[in-house]
Design a protein around this ligand. Structure first.
Ligand SMILES: O=C(O)CCC(=O)C(=O)O
Ligand SMILES: [Fe+2]
Length: 767
């Protein structure tokens, strides 16, 4: 009998077969005689009922009932998922094969990314964009190429960790940001760059994570927290044994996206926007063999229309605030189209080491931005390299390289980004708190993400391709590098300092501890946080042989800790050649651009400027200048070369005064120059200032030239002063104009911006 059933199943005409599931459709249709074909004839009528019964029994053993149309849809969905996973596996194999070829010095053939080969490619808004191909590893910059930085996330203690080869070249095997442009979210934010604290700046692996503490004001974050706590359709996730709740989650998507979100292999949370409210009946989703659907099943409270729409409206509000106010440089088309929410009820809940590398976000093989918002209780957040990530193709394992762990605390209102290939090379982790210091408060985390590979079932997968927004291309690394020369945003951040920007042991003043870290049990808190404990450092002097973790050191020696480093932007200007690029950056004053034209013209058109004053020496006013009409008048002014050493000249708008006490919110762009050609460049600067070249919202209020006291070479400094320095982009606009002017006069050097309020150099421009 079994053989008959088997032959019955094998007899399904090819057009009805779906691989291993081919018999499925047949078993459903055979009783009605629609598709059994000649097999039906070979089965005697008396045997038919028996065969059918056995088929039913067999299918029920397999956990599948005879197929209704509804079942078929569920099955199709599973089948799609299986195919997606198969595709993912094939892509990994291709990647590995290409890397193998490369390691044998062979050039891999170009990738066939035609639609037939890999299916349509989607942009973040769900449109098919056939032109976006997978980035070839061969696009990686050669060592020493512009943009290839030496700073790479490496295990810090120098242990050799299997797979992670510290210091080996080509560790990340990722294209450099110079070759394949990638702009970081901080560049589009409303915060000045020094409010961003770098966490990971691994240029070689193209992994970046930046932290903006207290980005959301307290009142607002408290209100978002409470509303989400009350109305979000939270579902509890349990540990693999099902014995305890690890955290609660929910999933939000915009723009008609119906994609569900899968947690690991086991659990899929349906899209809150596609859920039917209770009034219309709980959504019926059949569990497949391995997947547990949790929304709409018995495990979840039925959702009322009221709570769902309140959830959607609070999420819309948060999206609007975060991307409208905190990242105003991103166009609306570049906003994320989904968010995963996590609720940690107390310190006993957390999330283990993982990467957000789901197919939906294309986090495994392309640049994948994530913006994480923290609300409520402060919790630790750790990031580390995935074991085996360097050199070899990344393994799927969720094992972190323990001496690469970077720790930070995420507090209420904080923003954290994870960008570039971080999800490919790194893992992250929200540890449970130490049970000896129980935390009873809740924390909510929202991770905004960009779904780029919508599920087959989602209508957005099939939406017609539109041109991709440039700011979106900039953050997902799909800007055309050809295009970059003419149209790209000007500000590409470069970093100085280690890839381990946030290395707590380096923040402790010398003589307190030995900065070498070891993952071990902390003598203080004994918190078994991960593996044997926590990254600890040994004390010195009386505390030698005592090992303590970051939290314990901070508890006892808060004064010994310095602020984490903040971001310095290094921007490669090519302002005059690429000035139209600036228009993409957002709220800046185009006056700077317009003002650029006159000085490039042979016959400058003089603006009628308000009066300027010329100051000298210890800033005594030399002359009050009215409107300057021509070069001849300018040439009559004092020039720096005539001054005694140690003295200076300053040309400032009347009503201002060339001293930092008067320009407290401002700063100055400075460059050290030799005396040769100083007068000429000074006159060009005077001309520029009087013509409004440095104007703009953060307009320059004056210029200064000072001569060094170091006789006889008497080298000097040139500076352009700004009244306001809050907005980095405006400051950079002025700096870039200054750089162009210097270059036109043959001066090449690094420009530094000193921010008076912060008392330090915050920006730098390289020629
Ligand atoms: O709670 C957090 O900060 C992290 C959450 C997370 O990693 C995730 O949702 O994938
Ligand atoms: Fe995550």
């Amino acid at each position: 009998m079994k053989d008959k059933v088997t032959s019955l199943m094998h007899g399904v005409p090819a057009s009805h077969g779906h691989g291993g599931h081919g018999g499925h459709g047949h078993a459903a249709s055979a009783p009605h005689g629609r598709s059994a074909g000649n097999v039906k004839a070979s089965v005697a009528a008396s045997e038919f009922t028996e065969v059918r019964e056995h088929a039913c029994w067999l299918w029920s053993r397999l956990g599948v009932s005879l197929m209704t149309l509804e079942d078929r849809n569920v099955w199709l969905e599973d089948e799609n998922k299986r195919l997606e996973q198969e595709l993912e596996g094939l892509e990994t194999q291709i990647r590995e094969a290409r890397q193998l070829l490369k390691s044998h010095g062979r050039v891999p053939p170009p990738l066939d990314t035609s639609e037939e080969a890999v299916g349509p490619q989607m942009d973040a808004t769900g449109c098919q964009t056939p032109s976006q191909s997978m980035t070839s590893p061969s696009q990686r910059a050669a060592p020493g190429a512009p943009g290839a930085s030496a700073h790479t996330l490496q295990p810090r203690s120098g242990h050799s960790t299997a797979g992670a080869k510290p210091g080996a070249s080509g560790q990340g095997d990722e294209p450099s940001r110079a070759d394949v442009p990638l702009h970081l979210l901080a560049e589009f934010s409303s915060a000045s760059l020094d409010r961003w604290q770098p966490v990971i700046l691994d240029e070689e692996r193209r992994c970046f994570s930046l932290h903006w503490p207290k980005a959301i004001p307290e009142g607002l974050s408290r209100s978002y927290f409470q509303r989400l706590l009350d109305v979000a359709p939270w579902v509890e996730l349990r540990n693999t044994k099902g014995t305890s709740v690890t955290r609660s989650t929910c999933w939000y998507a915009t723009g008609g996206c119906t994609c569900d979100y899968t947690y690991g292999q086991q659990t899929r949370v349906t899209n809150a926007s596609t859920l039917q409210p209770a009034a219309e009946g709980v959504e019926k989703v059949e569990p497949s063999e391995n997947t547990q659907f949790i929304h709409g099943s018995v495990e979840v409270e039925p959702l009322s229309e009221g709570s769902l729409s309140s959830f959607r409206s609070v999420m819309e509000e948060i999206l609007e605030y975060v991307f409208g106010k905190l990242f105003p440089g991103l166009s609306r088309e570049a906003w994320p189209n989904s968010a995963n929410l996590n609720l940690y009820r107390d310190g006993r809940q957390g999330v283990g080491w993982h990467a957000d590398d789901e197919l939906l976000f294309k986090g495994k093989d392309s640049d994948c931005p994530v913006v994480s918002i923290s609300l409520g209780a402060a919790r630790e957040f750790w990031i580390a390299l995935k074991d085996g990530t360097a050199g070899d193709p990344p393994r799927r394992s969720g094992v972190p390289v323990s001496d690469s762990i970077v720790e930070l605390d995420l507090e209420d209102g904080d923003v954290l980004t994870m960008e570039g290939r971080l999800q490919r090379h790194c893992l992250h982790f929200v540890p449970k708190c130490n049970p000896r210091e129980p935390l009873r408060d809740e924390r909510i985390n929202i991770t905004f993400r960009w779904v780029r590979e919508h599920r087959y079932r989602c209508p957005l997968r099939w939406r017609h391709a539109e041109t991709m927004d440039r700011t979106l291309s900039a953050i997902i690394g799909t800007l055309d590098s050809q295009d970059q020369d003419r149209r790209l945003l000007p500000l590409s951040l470069q970093f100085h300092g280690g890839a381990y920007a946030r290395d707590w042991s380096q923040q402790v003043c010398p003589g307190v501890l030995n900065p070498e870290q070891q993952l071990r049990l902390c003598d203080g808190c004994k918190h078994v946080c991960y593996a044997e404990g926590r990254p600890c450092c040994e004390g010195v002097g009386d505390w030698a042989e005592h090992w303590f973790c970051r939290r314990c050191w901070f508890h006892w020696e808060p004064e010994a800790f310095s602020e984490p480093p903040s971001l310095e932007a290094w921007c490669v200007p090519n302002y005059s050649e690429n000035w139209e690029r600036w228009e993409t950056i957002g709220p800046y004053d185009t006056g700077v651009l317009e003002a650029l034209e006159p000085i490039m013209q042979p016959e400058p058109v003089w603006n009628m400027r308000p009066a300027f004053a010329l100051w000298c020496g210890a800033w005594e006013q030399l002359q009050l200048l009215g409107e300057i009409q021509n070069d001849a008048q300018l040439l009559k002014l004092e020039t720096p070369s005539t001054l005694p050493s140690g003295e200076g000249l300053a040309l400032f708008a009347a009503g201002t005064y060339p001293a930092r006490e008067y320009i407290v919110e401002g700063g100055r762009w400075m460059i050290a120059v030799n005396k040769e050609g100083l007068d000429e460049v000074w006159l060009a600067m005077c001309q520029g200032l009087l013509q409004g070249l440095f104007d703009g919202q953060a307009g320059a209020c004056g210029i200064a030239a000072t001569l060094s006291t170091r006789s006889p070479c008497r080298d000097g400094k040139l500076a352009v002063w700004l009244l306001k320095a809050q907005d980095d982009l405006h400051v950079l606009a002025v700096g870039s104009v200054f750089m162009d002017l210097l270059r036109a006069k043959g001066f090449v050097g690094r420009l530094k911006f000193e921010n008076f309020q912060r008392g330090k150099v915050t920006l730098s421009l390289r020629p």
